[in-house]
Ligand binder design. Structure first.
Ligand code: NDP
Length: 285
């Protein structure tokens, strides 16, 4: 032990240090998503399924949400209104309306209106998507075009429209909802597979072009997820086979996808860009 007494200032510093190291550690949440509070997100196709789950998760983090859907009748309007009221219950601002993602000019005005209504754009989730399955030799032009235009053109139009906002503020998070069928394929889905593989290409190109302005662009590739689209459009036999094929032996839930989207929008993922994360219970293994 040294004979020389510590100076008063040094003693205080040692005591402060001891206080710090003996203080009860505060548990930290695994996912740091506080950075999303007060931000503004656009979710395309937010009126049901995966888009709805993503919109709700973002709102739970305090993010103001704009979402679009395709008005094809009373049912789609009612679903959209229900989601809007669920979001408002979380005390965030909400902007929603029908906007066909296949139409470049409609997407442009939706983005401009989101900026006016909610004050900026920080997050974009390109989720709107459809399938029109048939063998390629029987596939009608309109079934090819509808899928490519919704799943790929729509994501491009939205990405291009938000880019000036995100580049100017040097901050942005873009997440594209692709599919395991953008990575592998099956019989009868050439339009869907091509659109989702194209979306992975768009993800990587956007990551390269927008990265220098601190904008992260990533893709999430779900396997079979229990949404109305799936339960109404896919036979029980195919769903059983999907369950058997996946390592975890189950289908996904929309919230399984939403959690990963949230992670990619959080600061925990600040160094991830151009990535494709499968959320498929081990389906593609
Ligand atoms: P849903 O059919 O449940 O929801 C699709 C959403 O997109 C709805 O809000 C729909 O609006 C909207 N939409 C469709 N076409 C347009 C359009 N032209 N313009 C604007 N909005 C549109 O789909 P899921 O939740 O199942 O799928 C969401 C995404 O996840 C899709 O991209 C899909 O390919 C992908 N995915 C889904 C999987 C699954 O198993 N469910 C698996 C892998 C990927 P409206 O309801 O008004 O028609």
């Amino acid at each position: 032990m040294s004979d020389s007494p510590l100076s008063e200032t040094a003693t205080e510093a040692v005591e402060a240090l001891l206080d710090e190291v003996t203080a009860e550690p505060q548990p930290q949440p695994l996912l740091q998503a506080e950075n999303l509070s007060g931000k503004v997100a656009i979710v395309s196709g937010g009126s049901r399924g995966i888009g709805r789950a993503v919109a709700l998760e973002l709102a739970r983090c305090g993010t103001h949400v704009a979402f679009c859907y395709l008005d094809v009748g009373d049912e789609s309007r009612r679903e959209a209104e229900e989601v809007a009221s669920e979001l408002r219950q979380m005390a965030v601002r909400v902007f929603f309306r029908s906007c066909d993602v296949r139409e470049s000019s409609e997407v442009g005005s939706f983005v401009a209106e989101t900026d006016e209504e909610l004050g900026g754009i920080d997050v974009l989730v390109n989720n709107a998507g459809i399938g029109r399955d048939s063998p390629m030799w029987r596939m009608a032009d309109h079934d090819w075009e509808a899928v490519i235009r919704t799943n790929l053109d729509g994501a491009f139009y939205f990405t291009r429209a938000v880019a000036p906002f995100m580049r100017a503020q040097e901050y942005g998070k873009i997440v594209n909802i692709t599919s395991v069928y953008g990575i592998r394929t099956e019989f009868g889905i050439s339009n869907y597979s091509s659109s989702k593989a194209g979306l992975i290409g768009l993800t990587r190109s956007s990551a390269v072009e927008l990265g220098p302005k601190n904008i992260n662009v990533n893709a999430v590739a779900p396997g079979y997820v229990r949404t109305t689209r799936l339960t109404e459009g896919v036979s029980p036999e195919i769903l059983d086979r999907a369950r058997e094929r996946s390592a975890l032996g189950r289908l996904g839930d929309p919230r399984d996808v939403a959690g990963v989207v949230l992670f990619l929008c959080s600061e925990a993922a600040r160094h991830i860009t151009g990535a494709v994360i499968t959320v498929d219970g081990g389906y593609v293994l």
